[in-house]
Ligand binder design. Structure first.
Ligand SMILES: Nc1ncnc2c1ncn2[C@@H]1O[C@H](COP(=O)(O)OP(=O)(O)OP(=O)(O)O)[C@@H](O)[C@H]1O
Ligand SMILES: [Mg+2]
Length: 370
């Protein structure tokens, strides 16, 4: 982004943007559905708008099935989208396979949850990295160039000395080392964007932090734009500059990570935080609060509820919530903090000025409610 008054380079440069991103998966219907010609569709992602910026980590947080991986796959152009626009440096892009896809993948790389599944067990680290460098034209001209590039990749992910790792097979490495190789392979493309889909959730707790610190270091040194997908909202606070919360295919809250995790504004974000296993916070009282507030199942995405998708679980639901979809509404006076929740509509606030709802989901921070 350039400031309107000057041509100075922007601090928060947009690299990859999604506008109104939507994905509905048709599912094979029963005979009854076929006869009525209504193909059932899973509403996996609806109207998701987000921006990934150079040198910033954006967390996408939500429970299982909320559509996080589908967003990442859409951004990686692995799926065609039902609707919406993807822009790379402001230019709309749609690519399907072949050379245009490779050109896109050179700039937008994905890291998956399971490094064991994403590395071929019959090939060495050298093979995986060489292939990535060659496919993306970064292997140089000579064998010495290739060797230097391989070593640089391993050093970048702190697998040193490189000679110890180059000729290893995936099964000879630990989970954390395998994920580092998968990250090195992604870096072989020299990308601008990393889409990391639960990059540490299959690793031992003791090595998660090391891999997250590595990603943070890469973001800073290589000025990568990173999408960090996770179930774990606590790690978003630690690791991400910005946090977006997703529920049943829709974004429900966003803002800087400190604000979203410390002063959540959407009842669903609160539920996520209250459900997180934080030993400092989960007391008997905390668990009771979770049980009392919207503990339940996410809705069917074949027929998502009208209005706010969280309203059947929401302890603060008003009649309007089941009828009208709340737009993103600014929360308090904090710039960039928004929630798609009618509790933050000034008109609702005036009408409902009851102490309960607004004290519970207000601008004063969650501590005020305890
Ligand atoms: N290829 C597909 N065909 C049909 N439905 C799909 C397909 N891929 C995903 N879905 C459905 O879309 C919804 C969102 O799935 P997605 O994998 O994006 O969720 P997620 O948030 O990544 O979940 P998790 O945390 O378990 O990884 C789910 O209901 C899932 O069953
Ligand atoms: Mg997923």
């Amino acid at each position: 982004m350039t400031s309107p008054d000057t041509d100075a380079p922007a601090v928060r440069e947009e690299v990859l943007e999604a506008i109104g991103l939507t994905k509905h998966f048709p599912v094979r219907g029963r005979l009854r559905d076929l006869l009525s010609r209504a193909t059932p569709r899973v509403h996996a992602v609806d109207d998701v708008t987000l921006t990934l910026r150079r040198g910033r980590v954006t967390a996408l947080v939500g429970e299982s099935g909320s559509g996080k991986s589908t967003v990442a796959r859409l951004l990686a152009q692995l799926y065609p989208r039902t609707a919406g626009t993807i822009r790379l440096h402001g230019e709309p892009v749609t690519v399907r396979g072949g050379r245009p896809f490779r050109a896109y993948a050179r700039r937008v790389q994905m890291i998956f949850q399971d490094p064991f599944a994403s590395l071929n067990p019959v090939h060495t680290v050298r093979y995986h990295l060489t292939r990535a460098l060659r496919v993306h034209g970064n292997a140089g001209r000579t064998a010495a160039d290739l060797d230097a590039a391989l070593r640089a990749l391993l050093e970048r992910v702190t697998l040193t000395p490189p000679d110890r790792y180059l000729d290893k097979f995936p099964h000879e490495l630990s989970g954390g080392q395998r994920q580092r190789v998968a990250i090195a392979r992604a870096l072989g493309a020299d990308p601008e964007v990393l889409l990391a889909d639960e990059p540490v959730s299959m690793l031992d707790v003791s090595i998660r932090l090391g891999v997250l610190n590595l990603l943070r270091d890469l973001k800073e040194r290589l000025r990568l734009a990173v999408l960090y997908i996770t179930h774990d909202i606590a790690s978003a606070r630690y690791f991400a500059d910005e946090t977006l919360v997703m529920y049943a295919g829709r974004l429900v809250e966003g803002g800087d990570s400190e604000t979203v995790t410390q002063r959540p504004a959407h009842p669903y974000t609160r539920l996520l935080i209250d459900s997180a296993p934080d030993p400092d916070r989960i007391t008997g009282a905390g668990r009771a609060a979770v049980a009392e507030r919207g503990d339940g199942e996410p809705p069917s995405l074949l027929r998502p509820p009208p209005g706010c998708r969280f309203h059947p679980r929401c302890p603060y639901a008003m009649p309007r919530c089941g009828a009208d979809l709340p737009p993103p509404l600014q929360v308090g006076d904090r710039p960039g903090h928004w929630a798609a929740c009618w509790l933050h509509d000034p008109a609702t606030r005036d009408a409902q000025a009851g102490p309960t709802a607004l004290a519970l989901v207000g601008d004063d921070g969650r501590e005020a409610t305890r």
